[in-house]
Ligand binder design. Structure first.
Ligand SMILES: Cc1cc2nc3c(=O)[nH]c(=O)nc-3n(C[C@H](O)[C@H](O)[C@H](O)COP(=O)(O)OP(=O)(O)OC[C@H]3O[C@@H](n4cnc5c(N)ncnc54)[C@H](O)[C@@H]3O)c2cc1C
Length: 601
């Protein structure tokens, strides 16, 4: 990897076939796969820097969350959210080689078959479950647990559904926190069965989650370690870090805009690098739409306000933003139960945990939350309640609105809400008391009706964009209603044995709140699960066959420009019921394949 201004100059002097903007989760997949072809020269421009291997805040699994707020985080925030009492939410995003996969919480899962088949129904041919399974497997190297671990931690999986020779090593936790032993039985007692094939096309039910952790080294797997590190010496792959891309250089030839290269800033100077074949935009759901707008692709009304020339009109750029909304209810537990909170307040315990990790690769520093359940709406809401929700909606007219509305249909059986349970207090608003210990139940809305936008800031187009997810501003406020039902079901979980005996009582929101107070609590406590998608969505172009909400077509080509694609989380047209990273890696894999196919390679 090159360093310094000489490096920037040298980068611009190279003859690249492909330039990738953003060396994040998807970007490094694309770069690694394209550069497998020795006759192709690939360049990557990444705004952040490489994270040294000995950076515990990133590499050590049990230190999850510690990379947030550091120099490896863009530290974005939303606009003031009307339906969240005017609060602005922090939106961390990875600013480093490896991108947000370097900051994330390492959960590794997949959506259900219908989530991807719904993309196909929107006109995105080739993106249904059957096609995508190949790419999920291609990215994975699954390390099976031993029989003892399977039995002790209720671990189930379908061997056939996993890849065993891909770059990202994935595994199950070797150890689990105390209450995991109660999780499956508790859900079973509520009629929610354990799903033994949770990665094979239906993720509903309860299960023990996989993680993006290499069990041999007990360290985080992310695209910098798994895709880039093994191939970084390739002569035809050049990565420039600390390079902030400003825009894609477009030139008009015979009435057609063509991506010629990329303008970027490095150590305060501006440079242009050229790509003879294509520019691939992989800057993530927040920055990819911003870079398109800065390049003159977007809604003229927005571009004009920022003083940018419109080259390609596409009003979908930056629109359709869908995120997962999360609440965390908190329970009082026996103070003798060890939690990761202990390590944050007791330096001696933290030092002992560090020593155990260093010498044996075991103990609290290896712990990640894995007690998980995805629950369909029909389990959460009585039939009459679903009819009430449906009555709030006007008849959807476009394909995307229809797809979103279909999630209220009686036949819909995807996981509408995800639950994760673990010890520790994960709600920053909990009124904590000295000497007490806590457990958290997360309720995460998977199929939002709220849709927002991300656009350049007219006052400072090159600074952070304006992020407005419009949480709970959906028609009829269905999302908030579902969150309330989700919290009610969450309470049922904690009132079922054996978890009932493990927790003492709910402390946040306090026991006995009425409906109005629950609603107020949701307004004051909803946060993001950091899963924004769809700001450069795949789909039909306006006025053409298909969803009409598209920025890119099903081969990820930006409408109206030759030689420019987007390959990252922003291309998902419709939110999925799953954590995103496994799907983003699969998008990277498929993106690389279509690029090579289209090049005739
Ligand atoms: C705090 C957090 C926790 C999460 N937890 C989980 C989890 O447990 N499991 C899971 O599956 N998913 C999780 N996710 C989601 C998942 O990690 C992301 O959806 C995924 O990594 C996004 O990949 P991407 O390639 O779209 O973008 P990114 O990985 O964010 O990559 C974009 C890259 O582009 C670079 N870039 C941006 N702008 C420019 C520019 N102008 N010039 C040059 N480079 C630029 C960025 O620095 C970054 O490296 C989490 C996300 C966060 C933030």
């Amino acid at each position: 990897m090159a360093k310094g201004d000489d490096a920037a100059k040298a980068f611009t002097e190279k003859q690249f076939d492909y330039l990738v903007i953003g060396g994040g989760t998807a970007g490094l997949v694309v770069a690694a796969r394209l550069s497998e072809r020795q006759d192709l020269n690939v360049g990557v421009l990444e705004a952040g820097h490489a994270i040294p291997d000995d950076t515990p805040a990133v590499s050590v699994p049990g230190r999850w969350g510690e990379g947030i707020g550091t120099g490896y985080d863009w530290q974005f925030e939303t606009t003031s959210q009307k339906q969240l009492g005017g609060r602005k939410l922090a939106w961390p995003r990875g600013k480093a080689l490896g991108g947000s996969a370097a900051l994330n919480f390492m959960i590794w899962n997949r959506p259900s078959r219908d989530d991807l088949d719904a993309w196909e129904r929107l006109g995105c041919k080739g993106w249904g479950w059957n096609d995508m399974l190949h790419y999920y497997k291609k990215s994975e190297m699954f390390v099976e647990p031993n029989d003892k671990a399977k039995l002790e931690h209720t671990i189930h999986y379908d061997r056939e559904a996993h890849g065993t020779s891909g770059p990202v090593t994935v595994s199950f936790n070797k150890e689990h926190s105390v209450p995991h032993q109660y999780w499956h039985k508790t859900l079973e007692n509520l009629g929610v069965a354990t799903n033994k094939m949770h990665m094979s096309g239906s993720n509903t039910g309860a299960w023990t989650s996989m993680v993006a952790v290499n069990p041999q080294t007990a360290t985080r797997e992310y695209s910098a370690t798994s895709y880039y590190k093994p191939v970084r010496d390739r002569k035809n792959l050049t990565v420039l870090t600390g390079a902030i891309v400003r825009d894609v250089v477009l030139e008009k030839s015979e009435g057609e805009w063509i991506a010629q290269g990329v303008r970027f800033e490095h150590d305060g100077s501006e440079y242009i690098a050229h790509a003879s074949k294509e520019v691939v935009l992989s800057a993530g759901s927040i920055k990819s739409p911003q870079i398109l707008e800065l390049s003159g692709i977007g809604n003229p009304a927005i571009l004009e306000k920022a003083g940018a020339q419109t080259k390609v009109v596409n009003k979908n750029v930056g629109e359709n933003l869908q995120d997962h909304l999360m609440t965390a209810t908190i329970y009082d537990i026996d103070p003798s139960v060890p939690t990761l909170d202990d390590l944050r307040v007791d330096p001696k315990l933290a030092a002992a945990a560090d020593e155990e990790y260093k010498t044996r690769l075991t103990g609290p520093r290896t712990l990640l939350s894995c007690s998980m359940a995805y629950i369909p709406l029909s389990t959460l809401v009585p039939e009459a309640g679903i009819s009430t929700l449906t009555s709030h909606l006007s008849t959807p007219t476009d394909l995307l609105s229809k797809a979103i509305a279909s999630r209220l249909e009686p036949s819909a059986n995807g996981g509408h809400v995800e639950y994760i349970f673990d010890v520790g207090n994960w709600n920053p608003f909990t009124p904590v008391q000295p000497g007490k210990k806590y457990a958290t139940l997360l309720q995460i809305l998977q199929y939002p009706f709220s849709r927002g936008s991300i656009h350049i800031n007219p006052a400072a187009p090159h600074e952070a964009p304006i992020i407005d997810p419009r949480y709970y501003e959906d028609e009829g406020q269905i999302d908030r209603e579902v969150q309330l039902h989700a919290a009610e079901f969450g309470q049922k979980i904690l009132e079922a044995e054996p978890l009932k005996s493990f927790v003492k009582e709910r402390v946040w929101p306090p026991k006995g709140v009425n409906n109005r107070e629950w609603n107020e609590w949701i307004v004051g406590n909803t946060t993001t699960d950091w899963h924004p998608v769809a700001t450069c969505a795949m789909g039909g172009k306006e006025g053409k066959e298909g969803g009409g909400g598209g920025v890119v077509d099903e081969r990820l080509r930006v409408y109206g420009v030759k030689g420019l694609r987007v390959v990252d989380a922003s291309i998902m047209p419709l939110q999925i019921s799953a954590h995103l990273q496994a799907t983003v890696y699969a998008i990277g894999e498929k993106g690389a394949d279509v690029i090579l196919e289209d090049a005739g390679a």
